[in-house]
Design a protein around this ligand. Structure first.
Ligand code: KIV
Ligand code: ZN
Length: 509
């Protein structure tokens, strides 16, 4: 049996299914390039039949990266498989990932079908995918975690006979216990023809509903699975998927596990930050490996121990995940070269023109805030991407205070043209949004917002996450600034830039 674990990253498919985490094609390409540098073996780039946008993203990601295998998801439906094969046409290495629900719950309630009929549909889908002449066909038995092992073995064996070389065993509902999931993998390894001789491999795809995705994935590996399906920061449906960074670091730290992988762990922090900022999804502070506190020792006893010898309380060298010692602080005296170095370390690529723009905003921010952290720099790079959007904030002037009627004058640039408006409101944000609505005449409602300080101090950057509803859809936006109202308005505008065009194809200005 091979001693190499294949890393299959599904951040851009399962991760992107999370409400509010949708990325546009340019952002997906940026993540895919980061995943390539990280060393993932397979990128699941999307579910092409689900929307023209998803189809297009698979096409563009296929063109943008060359080392990883590009995978497209389908149901066991011919039209899905046709769309996947078409979308993969430019990929150097192509994989179709097709499958069907195999648990009794899925067979009965989702398909109103029988085990025999589902087995036939599985085989037909795999054969149809094989007929598309892609490099590899992977089969998933959805809800395998709750599927009877004997039946699951029959389905897996039939899929291998039909031409699948990877059999994915998803714990779709995150229900399994680690021992149970490991036993399932072991049972399949022992009972499915084609696994022991390496004709096909098993893959784990664990969800984290009960907080056991990483434990289940490890149990799967230790019992014979050779591919892991994971996401950066563990993003994914509901409580998320297995975190790529956790499995990669477990394999790195536990020298007694004789398994290798191609992950360049020093790129983990950059990948984590990129995904978090593009998806507007903050990483919980105590998240293993990539949380802000993952390497912070605060108690006196721990600090004392670490100062004497880091091995007392640290099992991971922060440098191994790409965290530079001391989380370097940049100031107004830092030059362009230092900024470029930090951006590269953070996984941000900027051409000369973008670099000039980012450096200019870096100097402005450094004037307002003495020390700039990595988070500040990522904000500036994110704001530079935002600057290319079709609605931009040119200026905002607000009068507010105790005993004053808040009053805002806003100037927006919409596709190159400037518009301004003024309004009062019950607070500075209300006045600003009312003024903005005089320019952007679409029905939109602010549903939710959170405001966070990036690090500390009253001069800190403020991060605003916002949810705005338009035409029955929820859009998630993000803004940052040292001014709380400007950051909020930027977040609102970020949402507007993601709105689908109106049915007549024009934006109402
Ligand atoms: O969780 C799941 O079962 C999935 C499959 C579609 C692979 O994401
Ligand atoms: Zn899933």
């Amino acid at each position: 049996m091979s001693d190499r674990i294949i890393f299959f990253d599904t951040t851009l498919r399962d991760g992107e299914q999370v409400p509010g985490c949708q990325l546009n094609t340019i952002e997906k390409i940026e993540v895919a390039r980061q995943l390539e540098q990280l060393g993932v073996d397979v990128i699941e780039a999307g579910f092409p039949v689900s929307s023209p946008g998803d189809f297009n993203s698979v096409v563009e990601i296929s063109k943008a990266v060359s080392n990883p295998i590009i995978c497209a998801l389908t149901r066991a439906v011919e039209a899905d498989i046709d769309a996947a094969a078409d979308a993969l046409q430019y990929a150097r290495l192509k994989r179709i990932h097709t499958g069907i629900g195999t648990s009794d719950e899925h067979i009965r309630y989702k398909f109103n079908s029988t085990r025999e009929e589902i087995l036939e549909r599985a085989v037909a889908a795999v054969k149809y995918a094989v007929s598309k002449k892609v490099d590899e066909v992977e089969f998933y038995a959805e809800d395998a975690g709750r599927t009877d092992n004997e039946y699951l073995a029959r389905v897996a064996e039939a899929a291998i006979k039909a031409g699948a070389t990877i059999i994915n065993i998803p714990d779709t509902t995150g229900y399994c216990l680690p021992d149970e999931f490991g036993a399932k993998i072991k049972y399949l390894m022992e009972h499915v023809d084609g696994l022991a001789n390496g004709k096909a491999i098993l893959s784990t795809h664990c969800h984290n509903d009960l907080g056991m995705a990483t434990a289940n994935t490890m149990s799967g590996i230790l019992n014979g699975a050779r591919q892991v399906e994971v996401t950066i920061n563990g993003v994914g449906e509901r409580a998320g998927n297995t975190s790529l960074e956790e499995i990669a670091m477990i394999l790195k730290c536990h020298h007694n596990i004789p398994l290798e992988c191609g992950i360049n762990t020093q790129r983990i922090t950059a990948a984590s930050r990129l995904v978090s900022s593009l998806m507007s999804m903050p990483v919980q502070f105590n998240k293993a490996i990539v949380g802000r506190n993952a390497f912070a020792h605060s108690s006196g006893i721990h600090q004392d121990g670490v100062l004497k010898n880091t091995s007392t309380y640290e099992i991971i060298d922060p440098k191994d995940v790409g965290l530079e010692e001391g989380n370097i602080v940049m100031t107004a005296r830092s030059g362009r070269a230092a900024l470029r170095h930090r951006l590269t370390a953070l996984g941000v690529k900027a051409d000369a023109i973008a670099m000039n723009r980012i450096y200019e905003s870096f100097l402005k921010l450094a004037d307002k805030k003495k020390e700039l952290t990595d988070d500040d720099i990522l904000m500036l790079a994110g704001a530079d991407v935002a600057a290319k959007r079709h609605v931009k904030l040119e200026s905002l002037e607000v009068t507010t205070g105790k005993g004053v009627v808040p009053d805002a004058t806003i100037r927006l640039n919409v596709d190159g043209e400037s518009f301004s408006a003024r309004s009062t409101g019950n607070g500075p944000l209300d006045a600003s949004i009312k003024a903005l609505k005089q320019i952007i005449r679409r029905t939109m409602t602010l549903k939710e917002m959170t405001i966070q300080a990036l690090s500390k101090g009253s001069d800190d950057m403020c991060k605003v996450h916002m949810q705005v509803e338009n035409d029955g859809h929820l859009y998630y936006g993000f803004g940052s600034d040292t001014d709380i109202v400007t950051a909020s308005v930027e977040a609102y505008i970020d949402c507007i830039n993601k709105f689908k065009p109106e049915s007549d194809g024009k934006d109402a200005v």
